[in-house]
Design a protein around this ligand. Structure first.
Ligand SMILES: [Fe+2]
Ligand SMILES: [Fe+2]
Length: 150
C-alpha cells in the first residue's frame, strides 16, 4: 500500500501532466492552419478549460493530503510531444493528443491502484478524471481515423 507522501507525489505528477496538456492544446488550438484543422482547433480550445479543471481538482486533493501544489519552476514538463513546426500537420497533433491522453490515463490508473483499500476519496476522484480522459481519447481516435483517410 502506498503512503500518503507517495500518493501526493503521484498526484503532483498528474498535476504537471495536466498543465503540460493545457500548454500544448492551447498552442495547437492557435498554431494550426487550414480547413482540415478547424474542427481540431475548436475541440482543443474547448478541452483547455476541462484540463485546467482537472489540475484544480488534483491541486485541491494534494492540499487536503497535506501536500503542496508545485509552481511554474517546479512542475515536471517535457514528457509530451511538442506542437509540430509544420502548422498544417493536423495528424501529428492528433497523435500527440492521443499520446498525452493515454499517458494521463496510465498515471490515473496507477493512482487508482495505489489508493485501493485505503484512500477512497483520491481513488474516486481519479476514476472520474480517467473517465474524462477516456472520452477525449475516443474522440481523438475517431479524428485520427478520419484524418488519416484524407
Ligand atoms: Fe486532464
Ligand atoms: Fe484530456
Amino acid at each position: 500500500m502506498a503512503t500518503k507522501e507517495e500518493i501526493v507525489a503521484m498526484l503532483q505528477k498528474s498535476y504537471s501532466m495536466e498543465l503540460e496538456t493545457v500548454m500544448n492544446y492551447l498552442a495547437n488550438s492557435i498554431n494550426l492552419d487550414g480547413v482540415r484543422a478547424e474542427e481540431i482547433k475548436k475541440s482543443l480550445a474547448g478541452d483547455i478549460t476541462e484540463e485546467i479543471g482537472h489540475a484544480q481538482q488534483l491541486g485541491a486533493r494534494i492540499k487536503q493530503l497535506g501536500g503542496r501544489v508545485p509552481g511554474a519552476t517546479e512542475v515536471q514538463l517535457g514528457g509530451q510531444q511538442p506542437p509540430p513546426q509544420e502548422t498544417t500537420d493536423v495528424v501529428s497533433v492528433i497523435e500527440a493528443v492521443i499520446d498525452a491522453e493515454e499517458g494521463a490515463c496510465a498515471q490515473y490508473r496507477k493512482i487508482i491502484k495505489a489508493c485501493d483499500g485505503d484512500d477512497y476519496i483520491t481513488q474516486d476522484m481519479c476514476i472520474t478524471l480517467m473517465a474524462d480522459e477516456e472520452e477525449h481519447l475516443t474522440q481523438f481516435r475517431g479524428f485520427l481515423k478520419e484524418y488519416k483517410k484524407g
